[in-house]
Design a protein around this ligand. Structure first.
Ligand SMILES: [Fe+2]
Length: 209
C-alpha cells in the first residue's frame, strides 16, 4: 500500500535552485559508483559551500518538530539515467533529513519512497530481507525548490530506477541533523545493560563458588 504525497514545503525559490545547480555542476564530483551498495550512476558532493549558506533557513523547517537537533551536513547528488537508490536507513548521527529537489528540467518527478514501517535495528543490515518495508510507504513527490522531511535513521527509504533519456537528470540537495537526545538515550541504555551484565556475571560467579 502506498500513499502519494506532493510536497507543499517550499524551501528554495527557482532562482536559488538555479544558483545551487550552477555551483554543483562546476564542482568536481564524487562518483557514487564507488559505493555501489546503495547507489548506481549518480554523482555527489559533500557540504557544498552554497548549500551551507542556507543552513539556518532549512533548519527553521524542522526546528519546531525536533527542537533538540543540531546541524550535521549537506549532500548534493545528481541522478541520471538508470540511477538507483537502494533501500537503506541513514548512518548514525543522521537522524533527521530533508531532501530538496533543486533541478528537474524534464519533469521526471522521480519520487522518494519512505517506508511507513519503523526500522529498529540500529545500523542498516544488508543481510536481512528488506521487502516488508516496501509494503507500506509514502511516495514523496517534490517539485523544484520543494522538500520532504524524514527520520532517515528510523524509516527505510529508496528510489526506484530512474528511467529517462540519456541527457536527462535530476539534482537533489539533502540536509542532515543529529538529535543529541537520541544518542544520549542510547548511551544511557547501553550503560544500563553493561551494568546489569556485570551484576549478572558477579551473581553467577558467586553461585559457582
Ligand atoms: Fe538516505
Amino acid at each position: 500500500m502506498k500513499v502519494e504525497w506532493q510536497s507543499d514545503l517550499q524551501i528554495f525559490s527557482p532562482e536559488e535552485c538555479q544558483a545551487l545547480v550552477k555551483e554543483f555542476l562546476a564542482l568536481e564530483h564524487y562518483d557514487e559508483n564507488k559505493e555501489s551498495t546503495y547507489y548506481k550512476n549518480s554523482l555527489g558532493f559533500y557540504n557544498m559551500p552554497g548549500s551551507l549558506a542556507y543552513v539556518d533557513r532549512v533548519t527553521s523547517f524542522v526546528k519546531d518538530r525536533y527542537p533538540q537537533l543540531t546541524f550535521n551536513s549537506t549532500y548534493a547528488r545528481m541522478y541520471q539515467r538508470n540511477s538507483t537508490l537502494n533501500i537503506h536507513t541513514d548512518r548514525k548521527g543522521l537522524d533527521v533529513a530533508i531532501s530538496i529537489c533543486i533541478e528537474d528540467n524534464n519533469n521526471l518527478d522521480w519520487p522518494l519512497n519512505i517506508s511507513a514501517k519503523r526500522y529498529d535495528g540500529g545500523d542498516w543490515d544488508l543481510e536481512k530481507d528488506p521487502s516488508h518495508f516496501k509494503t507500506k510507504y509514502l511516495e514523496a513527490h517534490c517539485g523544484v525548490g520543494y522538500g520532504a522531511v524524514m527520520e532517515g535513521r528510523n524509516f527505510p527509504h529508496w528510489r526506484e530506477e530512474l528511467l529517462c533519456g540519456e541527457k536527462q537528470r535530476a539534482i537533489y540537495l539533502f540536509y542532515f541533523w543529529s538529535i543529541p537526545e537520541t544518542e544520549s538515550k542510547i548511551t544511557r541504555l547501553v550503560k544500563e545493560i553493561e551494568e546489569r551484565l556485570a551484576e549478572l556475571k558477579e551473581e553467577m560467579a558467586k553461585g559457582q563458588q
